[in-house]
Design a protein. Structure first.
Length: 163
């Protein structure tokens, strides 16, 4: 217990580039994330997806919500536009996703340890191929605590490089 509310303004949290994709025409699209709260018990985050940014099929070790604040993300089966609430229970898998033509801004929360796990790597590769994209290696995010850093390095769908 911390004795009262912890209040954080989104403008006070630095953004980390979590994924970058290069497309056949040479342009790139990234997903930027701000960790509003990062703890071994939960994760609260804000995402900004540039138009065309992609996310693999994946799940989390904890109940997980995403709320679309602006724009839209699309999967094969769903178009989630502003106002959409996505609920996944522990272990559910969702995606792959692509941001719409205006990009997307999301708020998310994962209860529990929150580690993500990869879905089917063949599904991800087919999604990248369909969108004419390749994942670009990025340096590991700077603000990660050691327990989170180790887990990100284990993921098969990330393209992290140690700096």
């Amino acid at each position: 217990m911390q004795g009262g509310p912890r209040i954080t303004h989104i403008d006070d949290v630095p953004a980390e580039e979590m994924a970058r994709f290069r497309f056949e025409d040479g342009h790139t699209a990234s997903i930027w994330e701000k960790w509003i709260e990062l703890s071994p018990r939960y994760l609260a985050f804000w995402n900004n997806w540039e138009p065309g940014a992609l996310s693999p099929e994946h799940g989390h070790h904890g109940d997980h919500i995403n709320y679309i604040l602006q724009g839209e993300i699309r999967s094969r089966d769903h178009v989630c536009r502003a106002g959409s609430h996505i609920m996944l229970e522990y272990g559910d898998v969702f995606g792959p996703w692509v941001a719409g033509p205006e990009g997307a801004t999301l708020y998310g929360f994962v209860a529990g340890v929150g580690w993500s796990f990869a879905g089917d790597p063949d599904v991800w590769q087919a999604w990248l191929d369909e969108h004419g994209a390749v994942s670009v290696p990025l340096p590991m995010p700077k603000r990660l605590p050691p327990w989170r850093r180790a887990e990100l390095l284990k993921q098969r769908t990330t393209n992290w490089v140690e700096d």
